[in-house]
Design a binder for this molecule. Structure first.
Ligand SMILES: C=C(O[C@@H]1C=C(C(=O)O)C=C[C@H]1O)C(=O)O
Length: 259
């Protein structure tokens, strides 16, 4: 988390939301990149030594990332945390703005399953072009962007708690997840987020030409069928998975907040 997380700065809901908006760009762009390649199913079958190429790539990439000093922040969490090496270079400590239990909150198993089982078939074309190594590198970028955005829910929960501890404390003590979920859900924000990511996919995913293109455009933007990723897939991704998982992170964090 960069916004509002600097030394001495107070974390604010506005700053955390700005960070989430920036993360949307990374998610939309990473999906657009992955959509260059078809599904490439052999990259996901367990033909290789022990697991799929996708799993092999993520495990090995995370080893490199850990050596380079990644995974020091509460929102940067590896998918395979077991036996990761320590950083080989000096890292700069980040100000600790969260409760220490934040490190125990992780929904990466759900992110992994959602990405491969649900999302991938929605935005990649059927087919196999043989570019498996490139494909799994693109998957890794998508997974990282999704996971980071979702785990930023820890900061959202912290500011919401700090803004009104009197509302959050009783359901935390009662371990009432449903009450917490209701408290932290803002329906107007949810609707805005869905509309904005759909619009971003429409704007970022259009072909840019120098000629005036009136045939393939509607209101100055590309028609959905011309976009590199269907904008409706983005609103569905956020509606069904990204926002619910972010809220799961928020609830899990809050349940540990008073430990
Ligand atoms: C992240 C927030 O908390 C919840 C989750 C949202 C999301 O994941 O985008 C949006 C609104 C809230 O229901 C927030 O309030 O900004």
């Amino acid at each position: 988390m960069d916004a509002g997380g600097g030394a001495g700065e107070q974390l604010s809901l506005a700053a955390v939301r700005d960070q989430l908006i920036r993360e949307e760009d990374s998610i939309v762009f990473s999906l657009i990149e992955r959509a260059k390649r078809p599904r490439n199913a052999p990259a996901y079958s367990s033909a290789g030594a022990g697991g799929s190429l996708a799993e092999f790539f993520v495990r090995e990439a995370e080893v490199l990332h850990a050596k380079a000093g990644h995974y020091q922040k509460p929102e940067d969490i590896p998918f395979f945390p077991q036996d990761l090496p320590p950083p080989l270079f000096p890292t700069k400590g980040f100000p600790k703005v969260l409760h220490p239990s934040a490190s125990r909150v992780c929904v990466n198993d759900a992110v992994w399953k959602m990405y491969f089982d649900e999302l991938l078939p929605l935005f990649t074309a059927d087919g196999d072009d043989g570019n498996y190594a490139e494909t799994v590198a693109l998957d890794f970028a998508c997974l990282q962007a999704l996971s980071r955005r979702i785990h930023c829910g820890k900061y959202v929960a912290e500011v919401k708690f700090k803004d009104s501890p009197q509302d959050y404390t009783p359901p935390i003590h009662a371990k009432d997840s449903n009450a917490l979920m209701n408290l932290l859900t803002f329906k107007e924000v949810v609707e805005k987020v869905k509309k904005r990511v759909e619009k971003k996919a429409r704007i970022f995913g259009q072909n840019v030409t120098l000629e005036e293109d009136t045939v393939n455009k509607q209101d100055g933007n590309a028609r959905d069928s011309e976009c590199k990723v269907d904008p409706k897939v983005l609103s569905k991704l956020y509606d069904l998975w990204v926002m619910p998982l972010t809220k799961d992170v928020e609830v899990e964090y809050l349940l540990l907040r008073l430990n």
